[in-house]
Design a binder for this molecule. Structure first.
Ligand SMILES: Nc1ncnc2c1ncn2[C@@H]1O[C@H](COP(=O)(O)OP(=O)(O)O)[C@@H](O)[C@H]1O
Ligand SMILES: [Mg+2]
Length: 308
């Protein structure tokens, strides 16, 4: 194992009486894409803000690129590209100006800043809009501009808090593609998301967070294999049909979860279960699909990722 680029031990965040992050530990390796997946309120943003030095650590230890965030945040910031969850662009500046002003914080000489700003704006398909005012941009464009801004200091690591929330599918795929390109160049990615598809697509490893703790961690596919069987049947039953189904399933290697009025059956062998279900009356709707991280979350918490 190489030396991790982020190490947290007992990391804690209090806001008055509320403890948003409850003593979590993790280690992120150089060059990997590490994701924090969890519903709203899980503590993802609080964790990211401590990593990029926006919000003080309440307790525990946190080292980024070998430095202690509680002592050496200036050095750390130099090497980080941050995509915060909220829009913090300067509304009084135009698109290109936003990046140039940002570059000053890093003491990047003007001519180099211009070059890098151009490169970043081209990468995120915003160069044409360089003279637009921030207020003229759509939400998706602002999000992409924040991403472009995070590249101006050529960061070793990108901290992206919900990088694609609010984007349309096309823009989301653009962002995914750019994040992958950066990773291919050796940049470490740390991201948060409540989209299980995003987590599955981008992340080498994940920490699943809920209510301020890490419930599970691992590679997306490994988490799915560990917690649920690979094929899922989503059933909606009419009243009274569940008893009949229970009898049918008795003795079969099927894992059952309830979510609202849906019943999820997990199995190793979809064909076998499908045959068994043939004879059950009262199935109003049936969807057969592959298991996802959403199923892992349901297994761990009894809730859907979208609920808080
Ligand atoms: N600045 C703050 N002051 C008080 N409570 C906060 C603040 N920021 C977040 N919280 C609370 O901390 C918990 C975790 O929030 P957050 O870290 O934003 O989670 P997530 O990013 O996973 O949605 C929530 O209950 C939220 O309301
Ligand atoms: Mg958040």
């Amino acid at each position: 194992m190489t030396k991790p680029v982020i190490v947290a031990r007992g990391l804690t965040k209090h806001y008055g009486q509320l403890t948003a992050v409850k003593g979590i530990g993790f280690a992120i390796q150089p060059g990997e894409c590490f994701g924090f997946l969890g519903p709203n309120g899980a503590g993802k943003t609080s964790t990211m803000r401590m990593i990029y030095g926006f919000s003080p650590v309440s307790a525990g230890e946190l080292f980024v690129l070998g430095w202690d965030v509680q002592r050496d945040i200036r050095q750390i910031k130099h090497h980080l590209g941050v995509i915060p969850q909220e829009d913090n662009l300067d509304p009084d500046l135009k698109v290109l100006q936003n990046l140039l002003v940002y570059a000053r914080y890093f003491d990047i000489p003007k001519n180099i800043a211009r070059e890098r700003a151009r490169e970043a704006l081209e990468l995120l398909q915003l160069w044409e809009r360089r003279e637009a005012f921030i207020r003229e941009l759509s939400g998706g464009m602002k999000r992409r501009l924040i991403f472009a801004r995070a590249l101006v200091n050529r960061p070793q690591m990108i901290i992206a808090d919900e990088p694609t929330t609010g984007l349309d599918p096309q823009a989301r795929h653009l962002v995914w593609q750019k994040l992958r390109q950066l990773q291919a160049r050796g940049v470490t990615l740390v991201l948060t998301t409540h989209y299980m598809e995003e987590a599955a697509q981008l992340c080498d490893r994940l920490a699943i967070m809920d209510h301020g703790v890490i419930l599970e961690r691992g590679a997306p596919q490994a988490l799915i294999s560990k917690h649920v069987r690979p094929e899922v049947f989503e059933l909606y039953l009419s009243n009274g049909a569940e008893e009949q189904l229970d009898r049918k399933l008795r003795g079969l290697p099927v894992q059952v979860e309830h979510l609202g009025d849906a019943l999820y059956l997990y199995t190793q062998n979809g064909r076998l279960l499908r045959d068994e279900l043939e004879g059950v009356t009262g199935i109003q709707r049936l969807v057969q699909r592959q298991a996802t991280l959403e199923d892992v979350f349901l297994k761990l918490t009894g809730r859907a990722l979208g609920e808080s």
